[in-house]
Write a protein that binds this ligand. Structure first.
Ligand code: HEM
Length: 229
């Protein structure tokens, strides 16, 4: 444990924790994107595929674990990962500011790379989006016609509004850029680079980010255009 704390105190340690928590978040995002594709599946016996899937997520593991046990464990893991990811990001930003020589007359935005600027602002947008998103689809406070448990219906009524579509579109664009830079720098941080494969890192990161982007935005687009109802 002491070793972990000592490692965390170093810049490299913070970067490693950021990369590892990023992998957990990435895994969730990818699984969530695949789950959302259930909106494209046909209903069976009058039950929407999305609702069957949502029910499965609540009940998976029962009776080995209590009702909702796996779901709550996943929520806890996600919350801890978001906490670690954000905390290390804030501390790394502070460290890099402190390491810069003092006496700059101007704001240092020009000296920050385009990628790290995108990561910071993208991260803030994503954090705000996740809070809004949970109030929208999970607890329903900011959904105009939320019905608890009726995930398909909540989804369709939400994306019939172009404004809601726009909010999700902007958030997914921020996510796409964040994933692109994140996946790319993941290999860098963990030292997973090899001269033979380095040229594949950018296309690999771009491929992942773009797959998630298209996967997330396809069902809302089909709802807005009236194909899914
Ligand atoms: C177009 C994009 C997205 C759509 C349409 C969407 C849709 C949904 C829906 C319908 C739910 C509720 C599921 C249920 O009640 O069973 C949900 C939950 C959730 N989504 Fe998304 N999602 C999107 C993107 C994202 C992204 C990018 C993130 C994270 C960065 C995210 C994080 C979450 C979280 C944390 C929950 C709550 C899970 C829970 O505690 O029950 N979503 N999403």
């Amino acid at each position: 444990m002491r070793r972990v704390v000592t490692l965390y105190r170093t810049t490299v340690g913070k970067k490693v924790l950021m990369a590892l928590s990023g992998v957990v978040l990435f895994g969730f995002i990818f699984a969530h994107m695949l789950g959302n594709l259930k909106m494209l599946a046909p209903a069976t016996d009058g039950h929407f595929a999305m609702d069957v899937y949502a029910e499965f997520l609540r009940e998976v593991g029962y009776p080995l674990v209590p009702h909702g046990g796996v779901l709550w464990t996943a929520r806890l893991v996600l919350l801890v990962s978001v906490g670690i990811h954000v905390l290390s990001a804030v501390q790394l930003a502070r460290l890099s500011r402190a390491a810069r020589p003092s006496g700059y007359a101007k704001e240092d935005s020009l000296s920050l790379s385009y990628a790290s600027q995108t990561m910071r602002w993208g991260g803030v947008i994503l954090l705000l989006f996740v809070i809004y998103h949970i109030l929208h689809f999970t607890t329903g406070q900011v959904h105009s016609s939320f019905v608890s448990g009726a995930v398909h219906q909540n989804y369709v009524s939400a994306f019939q509004s172009p404004l809601i579509f726009l909010v999700y579109f902007v958030a997914q664009t921020a996510l796409c850029l964040h994933l692109y830079h994140g996946v790319w720098s993941f290999f860098q941080t963990l030292g997973l680079s090899h001269p033979k494969y380095n040229h594949l890192r950018r296309p690999f990161a771009a491929g992942f980010a773009f797959t998630v982007y298209i996967g997330f935005l396809t069902p809302p687009t089909l709802v807005m255009t009236g194909v899914i109802f």
